[in-house]
Design a protein around this ligand. Sequence first.
Ligand SMILES: [Mg+2]
Length: 260
Amino acid sequence: MNPDSPLSLLLKEPGRSALMSDVDGTLCRIVDRPEKARVPVKARDSLETLSRELALVACVTGRPARVARDMVGAKSVTYFGNHGLELLEPGKEEPEMVLEGEQVTRAARFITDNDSPHWVAAKIRVEDKGPIQALHWRGAGERTEQMVREIAEDARAADLVTHWGRKVLELRPPDMEGKAGAVESLLADTGLTTVVFAGDDQTDLDAVKRLRKMKSDGQVEQLLIVAVDSDEGPPELMETADMVVAGSDEWIDMITGLAA
Ligand SMILES: [Mg+2]
């Protein structure tokens, strides 16, 4: 462990310290096809090392928790996946669902009830992310976009929350708090008071805002926010961060430096 690291605040009371990191864009570079994203081996090794020293090392990600664990490869780390829906603890095979009851299957049921041959003809592709269902239409035209807007209206009528990305519409159950809920539940009733969080996009900003609030409420005593700079990230994240790094490689160097 390196006491000269910018992250060395975690070493003062390691038993009360948490290191949390986003995955895509933060522990690896963004690539055109998400399945091709690779987390460098030295990131895995450093996270493993740190998980033996610190009370908590967690990856907080929009990916399903088990996909994230396969990507990162660190088995002793906690994974909070699917935007705060799935908690996968070290040593467990199956993630624990944070949502309860019919909320878990509400979006999937909406798809089953509404999916039609027209969707395929219009180049709408459904991605099954469990409690979240994502409709993709990259490569399709205006008429498809109109169709998706109508689907979104029906989904809201069925008590789902719609979340728009770039050529993707996510249908989510209503009680989802995203990464804000994830970081809060990771810290709840743990006595952890020192937190480092790193991320690169809008979903991470939600987590950052919640952590700032926990700090002003006194639950968190020391907080360091690291933003990974990117053209697509929200400017507010860069402005509010304590440190901005140029890319995922630089963040990995920081973790590696701490673990050294
Ligand atoms: Mg990211």
